[in-house]
Design a protein around this ligand. Structure first.
Ligand SMILES: [Mn+2]
Length: 507
């Protein structure tokens, strides 16, 4: 059943066949099924839900599925029709299955955080935890409802109790929405196990997910762990595994996958835990140690940055973070987060809080990443996001400078992607960085250069531009609020720092 889409098509075909059985002779049946399918109109051709899924649904079913998709950001219609204990493929590295773990492991409290989650999704998470965690190790499952407003999950009382163990599932409900961090803290405060796992509620755990985590914490109580995720697609709810990697972050305090340190690869054993700067969100910790390092920063709001804060805190307080490849969790990636369409506001706010609390002399980098004014002159100052040169005279705020036709290095104007308009940085030495300032291995800063073609400027990886000895220095002046001009750098007049601030004030 690793392809739910196929299964669903099959089920609906069976349903249709059953209906037809009563009225049509066998010979005509096939034709009629075909015709009926052809007649179904696609009501939502532009919906992400129906891009690859749902061809066989009737119009009523399409309406219901789309409505649920809008509400939850994933295919709750299909979830409601899949078994709670559906099989998922074992995506662990093969050697994990032959590992032996001690019988005497600490107990675990599993916290499931949710806000307006489809009931069948929560139930499937609980079912997988009950089925795939040894009963002697599973202390409890704590549902933390961060004030869901929809009927389903808000009214979800402990009606899962009847299944196996009375009292196993507990519930904490916030009387107002307090956000992810507070929800995690509520779960931790309610937990009675020796180890706590704080998970989203739109997950399914894999076979033997808990043992490698508990064994590692028994060895070293100061490690905070995270399992490896599989991506569950929001449309057909099938799994695709992610590669094992560490969880890093950039100057916007936003998390991203990074490779492990070379020592991990030298082990040549993909079942071994690898050190990680941070966690993406899901975390497993010794309950007491988690308290000793101050748990989570309760001042974080809604979403974003809280996981990075935890990473910095753990490493600075005598612990460390590890990714555990033999522990796997399937996690639904929503198409949208219905509870807050624009997350950039809280992401920025939380990032600045992390910077203020932990980053001391490095915090200006976070300001730069979010395009905020700097108090004092630094090496790179944010300038107005658009600039133009002679060939561009049609600037619009929704356009960003982008890579031209590939392969090629001629910049073009193109619709902006992601959260916001583009940032450009004019360095005091005259270099123009296009896009955010990058510091990871796979993503380099892009510099606007004069590649001596005699025609257009070029957009190059700054390191490569330097190697090729292109002219990288520009003289910059702001012409009006929406358009700036850059010309080749004249070394005789370096801009004064005060001018940068005028530019920032305009913005
Ligand atoms: Mn999630």
């Amino acid at each position: 059943m690793d392809n739910a889409n196929t299964m669903w098509s099959f089920l609906s075909a069976v349903g249709l066949m059953n209906k037809l059985e009563k009225s049509a002779p066998a010979a005509e049946r096939k034709e009629e099924v075909k015709d009926k399918r052809k007649m179904v109109r696609k009501l939502y051709p532009n919906s992400d839900l129906f891009k690859k899924w749902g061809d066989d649904l009737s119009e009523e079913e399409q309406k219901e599925a789309e409505q649920l998709f809008q509400r939850y950001g994933y295919n709750a219609f299909l979830s409601d029709r899949l078994p709670l204990n559906r099989e998922i493929p074992d995506t662990r590295p093969p050697r994990c299955a032959v590992k032996n773990y001690l019988k005497d492991l600490p107990t675990i409290s599993v916290v499931l955080i949710y806000l307006d989650e489809a009931l069948s999704i929560i139930k499937r998470a609980i079912r997988s935890i009950v089925d795939k965690t040894p009963a002697r190790l599973l202390q409890e499952i704590i549902l933390v409802d961060d004030h869901s407003s929809n009927g389903e999950s808000a009214c979800f009382q402990n009606n899962f109790q009847t299944v196996d163990r009375p009292g196993l599932v507990k519930k904490v409900r916030h009387s107002e929405q307090l956000g992810l961090t507070q929800a995690r803290l509520s779960g931790w405060k309610a937990a009675e196990g020796e180890v706590i796992a704080i998970l989203d509620a739109h997950i399914e755990v894999h076979v033997q997910w808990a043992e490698p985590l508990l064994a590692r914490i028994k060895e070293d109580r100061t490690v905070i762990l995270t399992p490896v995720f599989d991506k569950v697609k929001y449309d057909d709810l099938t799994l695709s595994p992610y590669n094992t990697a560490s969880h890093g972050f950039d100057w916007a305090m936003w998390c991203m996958y990074e490779s492990f340190r070379p020592e991990w690869y030298a082990l040549n054993d993909e079942t071994q835990p690898g050190k990680s700067p941070s966690v993406m969100g899901i975390l497993v910790a010794d309950c007491k140690f988690f308290g000793e390092i101050g748990s989570l920063d309760g001042g974080m709001k809604i979403y974003g940055g809280e996981n990075v804060e935890l990473g910095i805190r753990v490493w600075l307080c005598g612990g460390s973070i590890e990714v555990v490849p033999c522990s796997k969790i399937a996690h639904i990636e929503r198409a949208v987060k219905p509870y807050l369409p624009d997350l950039s506001v809280t992401m920025k706010r939380n990032a600045l809080r992390v910077a203020e609390v932990w980053l001391d002399e490095y915090k200006y980098n976070v300001n730069i990443a979010w395009n905020l004014p700097l108090e004092v002159r630094r090496e790179a100052a944010p300038v107005y996001l658009c600039f133009c040169w002679q060939m561009i005279n049609d600037l619009k705020p929704e356009l960003c400078v982008d890579q031209g036709p590939m392969p090629g290095n001629t910049p073009i104007l193109y619709g902006c992607h992601f959260y916001s308009t583009q940032h450009c940085f004019y360095r005091s030495d005259g270099q123009l960085y296009i896009g955010g300032i990058k510091s990871h291995k796979y993503n380099s800063n892009r510099c606007l250069v004069d590649p001596f073609s005699g025609l257009y400027p070029g957009l190059y990886n700054c390191k490569i531009a330097k190697q090729k000895d292109f002219n990288m220095l520009w003289d910059f002046k702001q012409v009006n609020i929406s358009c700036c001009e850059a010309s080749k750098f004249d070394e005789t007049h370096l801009l004064e720092s005060t001018k940068y601030h005028e530019i920032i004030a305009d913005y």
